[in-house]
Each structure stands twice: as C-alpha cells, then as structure tokens.
Design a binder for this molecule. Structure first.
Ligand code: PGA
Length: 264
C-alpha cells in the first residue's frame, strides 16, 4: 500500500497572518499519520515564515510555481534553486497557469526538469478541458501533456514524481463539476499505463498519481479508493481547516481499513 498524499493548494489566497493562522488550526486538529503525507502549498510570500512554523513530522511544503532558469536577469521570477531548502515539492503545470499565464507544454517540461535538477519533487498537473473531453480527446491531451513534461527525465526520476490528474472542468475555478469516480479511474489507469510504456514497470508502480478537482470531505474517499489513486490535490476545501482536516482524517481511516483488510 502506498502512503496517501493529500496536498493543499492555497492558490493566491491568505496573507502571511491568515496563512499562519490556518497552519495553527491545522496543527491543532491534524494528528501525525504514518500512512498519510500532508503537503501544504502556500503562496511564495508565505512559504518562508510557514517553513519555520510547521511541525515537519506532520507537514511538508510545496511551492505553487517557479521559473525554469536557476538564476539571472529575470525580473519578478523565483527559481527552483532558491526554493531548494524551503519546499519539498512544487506544483507544476496547473491548469490555471496553463490557461491564465499561457504556459506551454515546453514551459512545463523545462520547469519539471529544473525542479528535478534542484532536488524538488514536481507535482505535475495534467487535465483536459470540457471541450476536449466532449470531443473524445481526453487520452490524447493527457498523453501529450505527460510525454512532453517528462521528456528530459530518467526512469529513476520519473519514479519519484507526483502526477495530479485534474480535469479542467472539475476544478472549482473553471466550473467545478463533480467528476464521476468511474471516469477518473479510467484516466488514472491510463496515466499509469503510459508511464509503464515509456519508463517501465518499476517507475509506473512508484510514481504517485493524485486526483484533483472539487475534492471535498464528502467526495474525497470515492476518489481515494480508486485502484490507481495515491492521493488528492485539494484547492477550495483546503482553505477551511475543518474541511481539510476531514479529508485528511477520511484518508487516514481508509488506509487503516485497507491495512485491516489485508490489502497493505
Ligand atoms: P479545487 O481546486 O479543489 O478548488 O477544485 C483544485 C486545484 O485547482 O488544484
């Protein structure tokens, strides 16, 4: 059984004070769970103070974005090199970045490579739009996003990676339709299969695949129980400590159940 990974994507929300308050609440309510890894992705501005505040036995940190060059004259950017000691993970290729900030497949590939070069684990986001799904293009879109993003990595590097399947139409920002777990299962399986074809069995078994898109306490476990689902990337619900705690506790109960069912 893989440890479940539950990641909180706070997006461009919470100033330093608010973020610190949320961490305090989460710390009060969330236990240390051996089978659940909890990752918080605050804004770049609050990453540093939060890194000093968190109990590292309980939480790991992720950046939400960084630039693919390590240093130089790139006004306004922050590099993965600068994040090395602060963040364990970085969300890369989120649909809000692909759509609002026009990040291309190649931009995402370069960021994935830069993250790995700097010892930061990418949480690579992939997902199709509503139109692409309606046009029967889901497989092709996901395939292209995965192939390009991982193009410069070795099988060993891919094995360490996290991939988050986030259908654009299911993300609260873009409509927030609640996705049917059966539909999600098909794509998660396809992603793992694709990793197997490209990088071999061992990488495919090790790579962690998350689901993201309007994950809430009452819907989370239907996704987390899917065979290929290793966790969730949570947006809106992660800003509310009660909801996020409930998702983490739900994941914990699930892993306990799996253990006692002998599936561990
Ligand atoms: P949501 O966001 O849970 O608010 O839909 C998920 C995400 O964008 O990562």
């Amino acid at each position: 059984m893989t440890r479940k990974l539950i990641a909180a994507n706070w997006k461009m929300n919470l100033n330093t004070h608010e973020a610190s308050l949320l961490v305090k609440r989460l710390d009060q309510h969330i236990q240390i769970h051996r089978d659940v890894e909890i990752v918080l992705a605050p804004s770049l501005l609050t990453l540093q103070p939060i890194s000093l505040q968190i109990d590292r036995r309980k939480f790991r940190l992720a950046a939400q974005n960084a630039y693919s060059k390590d240093e130089g004259a790139y006004t306004g950017e922050v590099s993965f090199t600068m994040l090395r000691d602060l963040a364990h993970y970085c969300i890369i290729g989120h649909s809000e970045r692909r759509i609002y900030f026009h990040e291309s497949l190649e931009d995402v590939r370069d960021k994935v490579q830069a993250a790995v070069r700097n010892g930061i684990v990418p949480i690579l986001c992939v997902g199709e739009t509503k139109q692409e799904r309606a046009g029967g293009e889901t497989n092709r879109v996901i395939h292209d996003q995965v192939v390009t993003a991982l193009a410069n990595l070795t099988a060993e590097e891919v094995a360490e990676l996290v991939i988050a399947y986030e259908p654009v139409w299911a993300i609260s920002t873009f409509g927030g339709e609640v996705a049917k777990p059966d539909d999600i299962a098909v794509v998660l399986r396809q992603i793992r299969h694709q990793i197997k074809e490209l990088y071999g069995e061992s990488a495919a078994e090790s790579v962690r695949i998350l689901y993201g898109g309007s994950v809430k306490p009452d819907t989370a476990n239907a996704y987390l129980t899917l065979a290929d689902c290793d966790g969730a990337l949570v947006g809106g619900a992660s800003l509310n400590y009660q909801q996020f705690t409930a998702i983490v506790e739900g994941a914990y109960r699930l892993t306990q159940q799996e253990r006692s069912d002998g599936r561990a």
